[in-house]
Write a protein that binds this ligand. Sequence first.
Ligand code: ZN
Length: 320
Amino acid sequence: MEEEKKLPRNVFVLALIAFLFLFIYSVFFALPLTNTFFPEGLEITSYKILNDYYGRLLITREIKTKENGDWYYYIDVDTLHSGLIETSRIKNKTNIRPKSPLSEILAFQKERLTPYGNFSEKHSAASPKNIVLTSDLCPTSKEYDRLFYESIAEHQTNISLLVFFSGRWIARHPQYLKEIKEKGLALVAGNHTDHHIILTNRITKEDFISEITNTEKIMLENGILPSCFFRFPALVYKKEYMEALDQLNLIAVNANAWMGTKAKNWSVLLVHSNGCASSEVRVFKKFLDRAFEEKNQPDFVFQDIFAYFQNFLKESSSTN
Ligand SMILES: [Zn+2]
């Protein structure tokens, strides 16, 4: 008798489990994936560079995985946001490049062969000044600067952050990566190459491309969605590498402000957080504390990298 009574409840529990499974499956695997961090565990078996369009999506990579299906990595040409979408959901791609904010930004980069964020593009003066906060995780065996991420989490309102990951840093520090993910920051993930080779003439264009795509694979396998933003190791670049970025549909972002320097409007501020510049991080914490604790409004606002490019397009169209 006891067994019979339990049965309906077991059926209910099984149905609930099945529902939850389908729900989780649909949330993580059926919809386009656009969060910077997602569950890790993808095993990539094939990775291809593409250049196809599907509406406002520029599809730049095809990713095949062992157990989690086949995906396209795309960039939204209007917003510059990126995502992953299952290949089965995309029909009738084209290779006609529509004029879009992304195509303009890439065209300007191709014409000058110089990264953005070094004041070679024009920005008008403004008050408060707009600042884009960025950080680099260059390879190192050192403990990362927890304080950097903790200070941002403490004052989180309006602080967006663009972090450039190197492949070797991710591979070496899974625990630190987990801690950063758990902070729930407004973080966009950029690419800082795998081995962080300073690009004087030492590697071929093909090796440079592998440095980038290997990092993308490491990011994806570790639950990090790459954005379309790239930073050269030690900010050293050469024209041939800039040309390779065009092939990959990546936008190079330099830095032009550091702790202790005077920032202009639309500065790209760089604070290292890999543990090799702890004094920089301590000054940064003081800077944040002062700015957010004063009764007066701080004379700057943190903007995300997407706002930076929206402003760039606005200003360049108004001067033409
Ligand atoms: Zn670096």
